[in-house]
Design a binder for this molecule. Structure first.
Ligand SMILES: NC(=O)c1ccc[n+]([C@@H]2O[C@H](COP(=O)([O-])OP(=O)(O)OC[C@H]3O[C@@H](n4cnc5c(N)ncnc54)[C@H](O)[C@@H]3O)[C@@H](O)[C@H]2O)c1
Length: 349
């Protein structure tokens, strides 16, 4: 298949694109490579993809985060079955032109503003990317006969609902602009399914972690802070918990969701007993052989206290279950931080 992956320089989309390439698909990746977090992480992920696709040495050098302290990203590159274009899904002519030039079989729409707390400071970009950007992609599909979208959504929508979270729970009271923007995108996608027959799988991810993760998320920050002997900033008492899910499991589930389903909303979560932040800190301390110096901050009002996925529907519809246990996933993540320590040293957290 020929697939459009939006947000391809991102944490989850880059792993998903890698798996698609390994399966022999052609991937066109789009990302505006914004600097919400340190762009060198996006370069690193793009370089891994370029390497997998057999890119030449000059392309790989342009994507080297260690040699590129300002994080300048190329506007495009191609290698094997992979093309990358730097572009913004908020730009409707750009998106429509992309659909006109490629006959996409399906779209994985993962581009988003994804930080919960930052959405209180900049709610406008959450609406313009997560909602308007999604509208442009849906319009591109409609105009050019592309029938299938996998839309990334979030467990944040379930805030306050009884656990484990099931897809049929009401999610009408989002507690952050981020969650509200995702709820809006889900609703918009449903209307395009109803009106124009688009087939949409909404995948609600539960706290995703793994190598080359997001530096605004706890696992990345905790690992960096403990490794560098810097104070670890902890919101609340650390007893808030998450149903952590390893990034490769998420990528596999996202690809499985490409099958025709009509319109379905499906949780992709660890499905384990959720882990508290305190337990995660302890694990990272052990893996690094260092103690954390914890600095407490008040619990944040936009944060969800606990998440825990019911993954029965993913098992039934996608034949999906996570394969990586938290213990192994955390070890792989800490190993990656160790291997990349040189250029990660001054990454902005
Ligand atoms: N990581 C998680 O735990 C988690 C949990 C729930 C949902 N999600 C969702 O999964 C998706 C991927 O998240 P992630 O953790 O990989 O985040 P990420 O920030 O690493 O990836 C998102 C990518 O989208 C790009 N992007 C943002 N705005 C864009 C625009 N207007 N045009 C083009 N590209 C744009 C960014 O540059 C970034 O590379 C998002 O939709 C996010 O909301 C993630």
């Amino acid at each position: 298949m020929k697939l459009l992956v939006t947000g391809m320089a991102g944490f989850i989309a880059s792993r998903t694109a890698a798996m698609l390439l390994e399966q022999g698909h052609d991937v066109v990746g789009v990302d505006n490579v914004n600097d919400y977090y340190d762009v060198r992480l996006k370069l690193w992920r793009l370089r891994e993809l370029a390497r997998l696709a057999g890119a030449d040495a000059a392309t790989l050098a342009r994507l080297d985060p260690a040699a590129n302290s300002v994080g300048a990203c190329p506007d495009s590159f191609c290698a094997g079955g992979l093309s990358f274009v730097r572009g913004d899904i908020e730009n409707k002519p750009f998106v429509l032109d992309l659909f006109a030039r490629h006959g996409f079989d399906a779209v994985l729409n993962l581009a988003a503003r994804a930080g919960v707390r930052y959405s209180m400071e900049h709610p406008d970009v959450y609406m313009t990317t997560n909602l308007l950007g999604t509208l442009h992609v849906l319009d591109g599909m409609r105009a050019h006969g592309c029938k299938k979208m996998v839309l990334a959504s979030t467990s944040s929508l379930y805030a306050g609902q009884p656990m484990p979270f099931r897809e049929d729970l009401p999610v009408n009271t989002p507690i952050s602009p981020y969650a509200a923007s995702k709820k809006a995108a889900e609703a918009l996608a449903y209307s395009y399914h109803h009106l124009y027959g688009l087939d949409v799988s909404v995948v609600r991810y539960f706290t995703v972690y793994g190598p080359a993760g997001r530096p605004d998320m706890s696992i990345f920050r905790f690992t960096q802070w403990i490794a560098q002997g810097r104070p670890l900033e902890l919101f609340g008492d650390g007893e808030q918990s998450r149903d952590f899910t390893y990034v490769d499991d998420i990528a596999r589930g996202t690809i499985a969701a490409l099958r025709p389903l009509g319109f379905e909303t499906i949780n992709l979560g660890g499905g384990n007993r959720p882990l508290t932040m305190n337990a995660v800190i302890e694990f990272i301390e052990k893996a690094l052989g260092k103690k954390a110096a914890i600095e407490r901050r008040p619990f944040h009002k936009a944060d969800v206290r606990e998440t825990y996925a019911d993954i029965g529907k993913a098992r039934r519809l996608l034949d999906w279950a996570p394969a990586v246990a938290p213990h192994d996933g955390f070890a792989l993540t800490v190993d990656w931080h160790r291997e990349q320590a040189d250029w990660l040293r001054d990454i902005r957290l």
